[in-house]
Design a protein around this ligand. Structure first.
Ligand code: NDP
Length: 344
């Protein structure tokens, strides 16, 4: 009897984007999966995480991590099932969190894999609330933002994977949480479902005035994920000794040059100086990797107690990953963006 050939689809970086990524920056390739050698396992991707940092990997500009080479598989976190094993530590059926990237299958020796409970009810959560984005929200807010009860915490991209968690932790710490999101539907969700005190639509013509009205006692912590016009509206509202965890700058990821117009740098530095504001960037696993267990224990408890809610935006079909990723950078996702690569 002949063994059935397994075909692996992978999406590679076809060309580097100039400005916003387009479909032709990606290329779908197919190849057959070879027999796995001793000491290795074959993983079948079930869920692929799509995250804004991937835009940085598509570029060869200097950054904190090396770029994806042209023709190489796009990087990405995955939840996978072991479908064949020649490795003593893994059995067929095991569920793992790994980094297989944008592909159906990966042969690996297990380096960097985290075992998940094989019967986990929603394995995709390991890519969101119980994984990298949840960890980012937790450490950025609590270690850099250091919110005190009664303070006002403003959260950019508030309906998304990171921001939705930041505001809910702020509420658990007794703060006033004000979200910023794109559109009335996202803003309603942030207030009605997640329990923020207020949420302002950054597409509104009077967005700066609405934000000021929602923060009558100024802003003590601003969780920055966006930059651009959102940061410009936040800057004058910051209180003395405010803290700014600088998590991301998604409004600028597609920039090809510095924006034209007034130079805001003197205003920024004067505000930081006179108000004695602390602004600190962080890269979650580089800076806080050793504290993942602490985060996981606390977040798992909060989540199981219903104290933190989480929304996923699940896209079916591996071939839809490029369009979903392009949409993520344009705010078309609503919650943590995940691609369902295969049925569990
Ligand atoms: P989200 O799930 O929040 O999705 C991205 C959202 O960003 C969009 O839905 C959109 O929301 C918003 N957005 C996009 N463009 C703009 C714009 N021009 N102006 C305002 N908002 C915009 O993504 P994540 O939660 O995964 O990531 C949020 C941020 O955190 C990103 O900047 C990311 O790079 C960063 N990050 C940083 C990490 C670190 O270690 N430092 C780790 C993980 C994430 P809307 O429609 O509401 O505008």
């Amino acid at each position: 009897m002949t063994e059935e050939l397994i075909v692996n689809r992978r999406i590679v970086l076809n060309s580097r984007p100039v400005g916003a990524p387009t479909a032709d920056n990606f290329r779908l390739e197919e190849s057959t999966v070879p027999k796995i050698p001793s000491g290795k396992i074959l993983l079948r991707s079930l869920y692929l995480s799509l995250d804004p940092y991937m835009r940085g990997r598509m570029s060869d500009a200097p950054s904190y991590a090396p770029p994806v080479a042209l023709g190489e598989t796009m990087v990405g976190g995955t939840v996978s099932r072991v479908v064949a094993s020649e490795h003593p530590d893994y059995r067929v059926g095991d569920l793992v969190l790994g980094y297989s990237g944008w592909q159906d299958y990966e042969i690996t020796d297990g380096t960097g894999l985290t075992s998940l409970d094989a019967g986990m009810p929603r394995p995709s959560l390991a890519l969101g609330i119980l994984g990298m984005p949840g960890f980012t929200a937790y450490m950025g807010l609590l270690d850099i933002g250091r919110p005190e009860a009664g303070e006002t915490v403003v959260v950019a991209a508030a309906s998304g994977a990171v921001g939705s968690v930041v505001g809910q932790i702020a509420k658990l710490k007794g703060c006033r949480a004000v979200g910023i999101a794109g559109g009335p539907e996202k803003c309603s969700f942030v207030v009605d479902e997640l329990g923020f005190d207020s949420c302002i639509d950054h597409h509104s013509d009077d967005f700066p005035q609405q934000l000021a009205a929602a923060c009558p006692r100024g802003i003590d912590v601003y969780f920055e994920s966006v930059g651009g016009a959102v940061f410009n509206a936040v800057l004058p509202l910051l209180n003395v000794r405010a803290r700014i965890p600088l998590c991301g700058l998604i409004a600028h990821y597609n920039d090809t040059e510095l924006p034209a117009g007034p130079d805001h740098l003197p205003l920024l530095t004067k505000t930081l100086l006179t108000k004695r504001i602390k602004m600190q960037g962080f890269i979650i696993f580089d800076d806080y990797g050793s504290r993942f267990d602490e985060f996981f224990k606390q977040m798992n408890t909060w989540f199981n107690e219903g104290k933190i809610k989480y929304r996923e935006d699940i896209v079916d079909g591996f071939e839809n990953a490029p369009q979903a990723f392009i949409g993520l950078l344009e705010g078309r996702n609503f919650g943590k963006m995940v691609v369902r690569v295969a049925e569990e």
